[in-house]
Ligand binder design. Structure first.
Ligand SMILES: [Zn+2]
Ligand SMILES: [Zn+2]
Length: 272
């Protein structure tokens, strides 16, 4: 039984939304209500032990360190406080990477078999792109993404529309095609590199201001929901913000522009 009944809304707290660490900057993680974690970057370290112990489910977009760094440490911190295994859901390739490179008894203990194989601290559960399932009273849909490793985006709907997170992705028409069909209430989309590194963004499977604006311009219907930019590097956030604004205001404007572009900050909470 889930700890939460199906509610009419959900709260999303930004724990981390930076592409790297520095004082005041934490990597990607979002707490949805009290029991669901989306990615497990360094922002998880701002939660209290009790808040961490309350997390029952973790959804991971992909295996990169900035999205999983806090997971092994969090499991260790709260294992004794929990009665049930923490359930970690991701693509099979992401789970395989966790088994082989993190919970391998070299980098970290294999908590999928500890303290015992029949009562482990974590369970790794696979999903596939396109899957839809209920989790803690919310409808989850696994969205396509294009990155250098297998990756997904997520749509999470608590009953009043979807909070959509792109994860890490480069240009991905299938992502936009799908979210055009969903009742989106807010979108969190990455823009990891600035205009001076557009080629690096392309080969590393990330968006830059030019590729994000190009994709938005070419949508058949312009978004009527806020678009939150995430995954900027600490030293480049101001530059990328300015570049996006400048590109957005270039002629010709599609109908509905300028868009409601906003920048995420750790600690902010949204109600969807
Ligand atoms: Zn990544
Ligand atoms: Zn990342």
């Amino acid at each position: 039984m889930s700890k939460e009944t199906a509610s009419a809304s959900l709260r999303v707290r930004v724990l981390g939304c930076s592409g790297a660490i520095a004082q005041g900057c934490r990597t990607t993680s979002f707490l949805v209500d009290d029991h669901l974690l989306v990615d497990a970057g360094t922002g998880v370290g701002d939660l209290s032990l009790e808040q961490m112990a309350n997390i029952d489910q973790v959804l991971l977009t992909h295996s990169h360190l900035d999205h999983i760094a806090a997971l092994p440490l969090m499991v260790d911190a709260v294992a004794k406080r929990r009665r049930q295994p923490l359930q970690v859901r991701a693509l099979p390739a992401t789970l395989d990477a966790l088994r082989r490179h993190i919970f391998n008894n070299v980098i970290w203990p294999d908590f999928t078999r500890l303290p015992s194989a029949d009562r482990p601290f974590i369970e790794l559960l696979p999903f596939e792109t396109g899957d839809r399932f209920e989790c803690l009273g919310k409808q989850i849909e696994i969205l396509p993404a294009k990155h250098t490793v297998p990756a997904v985006g997520l749509a999470i709907d608590g009953g009043t529309g979807a909070w959509v997170f792109s994860g890490d992705t480069g240009a991905c028409p299938a992502f936009w095609q799908r979210i055009a069909q969903l009742p989106v209430r807010a979108l969190v989309i990455e823009t990891a590199f600035g205009r001076d590194e557009e080629e690096l963004a392309r080969i590393s499977g990330h968006l830059s201001p030019a590729t994000l604006i190009e994709q938005l311009r070419n949508l058949p219907k312009q978004p009527d929901y806020p678009i939150h930019i995430t995954h900027t590097k600490p030293s480049e956030t101001e530059t990328i913000v300015a570049q996006l604004c400048a590109l957005e205001l270039q002629e010709p404007h599609p109908v509905g522009w300028p868009l409601a572009l906003q920048w995420l900050e750790a600690g902010v909470e949204f109600a969807i």
